[in-house]
Every structure is written in C-alpha cells, then in structure tokens.
Design a protein around this ligand. Structure first.
Ligand SMILES: [Zn+2]
Length: 389
C-alpha cells in the first residue's frame, strides 16, 4: 500500500469510529422519507445553513415535486451522484445526509480539504420524489426511471441526462437498494453491499472509462472489507442500454453502481446507511488523491455475484395436516416479511408471508426456528399469502 491509499483507509477508519456521536444526521431516522420532509431537513441541515454545501432545485418531477441538487467542492475532477431514482430505495439518500454532516463537522481533516480542493461534487438526492411519496420503485407515471436512459421520456430522466451533459462528470455514482435477501456467491451469506462497474456494450468490453470504474469499485470493496467482509457481492452485469449506469459508462462517465442490500437483524438498514456514508466519503477521497488508480482490479473481478435469495425465517420441521384428504407430512416453512407502508402515517407493518414449503435445508435464513411439535392445517397455508401466527 502506498501512502495515499493508506490515507484513505485511515480516513475510513476515522469516519467509522466517529459516526454515531459525530456525523450521523439525527434529524432523519425513517426510511419512508417523503420529498416534503427531505426538503425541510435540507433547510435546517447544518451543512446547508453554514454554507458548506449549496442546495438548489435542479428540476421538478412529473407531479411538480422539487428535485434537490446539492453541490460542494471547487476542484477540477467532477463527480455526479444520483440517489433514489427508485422511490423505495432510500439508503443512500440517508447516507448522503450524513456525508454532508461530515463535511461540516470535520473541516480540519486534511482528507475533507482534499475532497473540497480537488473535486466538484453534485448530488441529485431524490431523483424520483413521486415514487418516494408512494414508497414505490416506479415514478408517479408508472415508469421505471432506470429503463428510460435511451428514450428520455420522463422529466426525471431528462434532468439526469442534461446534468450529465452540462457538468461532464468523470465519475458517476448510481445509488440503489437491492432485494435484501440476495446472498453472496454460494456462501449463503446475505449481500450487504453489491457493486457493479456497468458494461457499456453487450460484449461487456473494457475501455479506460470502465476500467477506472472497476478500480474505484475495487477500492470501495476494499474499504468495506473490515466491516462487512464476506457480505460484498457483484451485481448482475448484463448490458441494458436503457439503464442509466450502462448509459453513463457509454457516455464517458466512469460509473459505479452501489446496491444497498440486507443486514440480518437490521430491517431499518441503519448499519447500511452508515456504510454508505463512510464509503462515499472514502470514495471521494480516493478520487481526490487518485488512490483508486492503484487499486487491484482482481479485487473487483473476484467479487462473487449476487445469487439465490435467503429467507427471512425458516421454520424447520412443522407438521402439516390435511384432514381426511391425506396423511400428515413434515415440512420446512420459508417466511419472508413483507413491509406494508401506511402512506398517511408512514408507519410500517411487517407481515410474515409464506414464501416456500418443503425441504428448505439448502437455503440460508435470517433466523431458523424449530417447528417441532407445531401442527398447521395445510389448507391455511398459501404461497405468497400471510402466515397466521
Ligand atoms: Zn434501484
């Protein structure tokens, strides 16, 4: 490791150690954040009131909601981040509120000064506010914004594209949440963060733009290794010219897709929010110093892909009865918790839903409980339906 690369790892350690009582933006705790709430939080955010970051309304969603753009730094290297183009994927949005806090909180850290002096960063914090309002993936017009990079039919997609064309970022961060039940390769371990340096063509070719993205992704995986080693995966790399990550790469912006996944026992993903904050600051520092250039490409190439899903809970060895129709059998029940959001109160109800029935011994689970001695009438169980408990 050279000096500059180890600078970033020291910075990451400092950030991780000083998060909870340091730069966690305590104003926001709910993942079901609306655009109105986000705008109110920004108005009183210490980084905004102190002028450390600048906020403007970059544009409006189809239904007229403001899309905030946060800017900081004056350096020559341009970096564009966009979060929550899928309305129900807010982990990075919350993490970025913490990033802004750190910029304000630690002005004397050399690494923060390097970020300010060597990069100019623009952040579209909630690109799909109409979807966020409904806590749904798609826009208010029912479009998957991440399949609109080619046709640019939605105002949100046009905003992102025009910002790219005008700002000409060297680096792009495409920030999402993925299914929290993916596992890493064949390890059975839940994927907490997945990375991808998206392909810019169907042959998945490499060019300097994509290589730079792969190196940055390798650097970010390395940063997270001490905290979530074994829980880091690579996202599916099939090319889709309608996606923004693939298109940005094609347009010449070295783009890293970050997918916030799952964390056992942490359904509100507070740890993943912290990881986002720490990792994005670390990545900015690595860009500022050029440390990522020395990253080991093999670190990226050997990241296992996301594979099969785990179950939130497996109840092992339940006895299922069939009345007079058939003799009883013993089976495992795979249960996942569906999150029902009350759009008025933003309250969340976690409903156990039957996902599978049978021999589930090959699957991993958030928790395994014994069903021995438990008898359930099979007629009351239906895949995809709530489990009465
Ligand atoms: Zn997404």
């Amino acid at each position: 490791m050279t000096g500059e690369a180890s600078n970033t790892s020291g910075f990451v350690r400092f950030l991780s150690d000083n998060y909870d009582d340091g730069f966690l933006f305590a104003g926001v705790s709910s993942r079901r954040l609306t655009n109105t709430e986000l705008m109110a939080h920004l108005e009183r955010h210490p980084a905004v009131t102190s002028g450390v970051v600048a906020v403007e309304i970059a544009g409006r969603s189809a239904e007229g909601r403001p899309i905030p753009l946060i800017s900081f730094g004056t350096g020559p290297t341009h970096v564009l981040m966009w979060s929550q183009m899928h309305g129900d994927e807010p982990s990075a949005t919350l993490g970025l509120l913490d990033v802004f806090s750190a910029l304000e909180r630690f002005p004397d850290r050399e690494e923060i000064a390097e970020i300010f002096n060597r990069t100019t960063v623009k952040v579209l914090l909630m690109l799909n506010p109409d979807g966020a309002e409904r806590f749904q993936r798609r826009t208010g017009q029912s479009v998957d914004l991440n399949r609109d990079a080619a046709t640019l039919r939605t105002p949100e997609a046009r905003l992102l594209k025009s910002l790219r064309d005008e700002f000409e970022p060297e680096f792009g961060f495409n920030l999402h949440d993925q299914d929290p039940r993916y596992t890493v390769g064949d390890s059975g371990k839940v994927t907490t963060i997945a990375f991808l340096a998206p392909a810019f063509d169907a042959a998945k070719s490499d060019n300097p733009v994509r290589i730079r993205a792969k190196k940055l992704a390798a650097e970010m995986a390395e940063m997270l290794h001490p905290y979530i080693g074994g829980h880091i995966a690579r996202y599916d790399d099939a090319y889709d010219g309608r996606s923004f990550g693939d298109s940005m790469q094609r347009w010449g912006t070295s783009t890293v897709l970050v997918e916030s996944g799952g964390s056992i026992g942490d359904p509100e993903k507070t740890h993943i929010r912290k990881l986002n904050a720490v990792m994005l600051l670390g990545a900015l520092h690595s860009i500022a110093t050029g440390g990522y250039e020395r990253a080991d490409l093999g670190r990226y190439d050997t990241l296992p892909y996301n594979t099969k899903n785990l179950f939130d809970r497996i109840i092992e060895g339940v006895t299922l009865t069939f009345g007079d129709d058939a003799p009883p059998i013993v089976a495992d029940l795979g249960v996942n918790f569906r999150e029902d959001v009350d759009l008025q109160t933003r309250a969340v109800t976690r409903v156990p839903v039957i996902a599978d029935i049978g021999d589930l011994s090959i699957f991993s689970a958030g928790e395994r409980v014994s069903g021995q001695g438990r008898t359930i009438a099979a007629a009351t169980l239906r895949i995809g339906e709530p489990l009465g408990e």
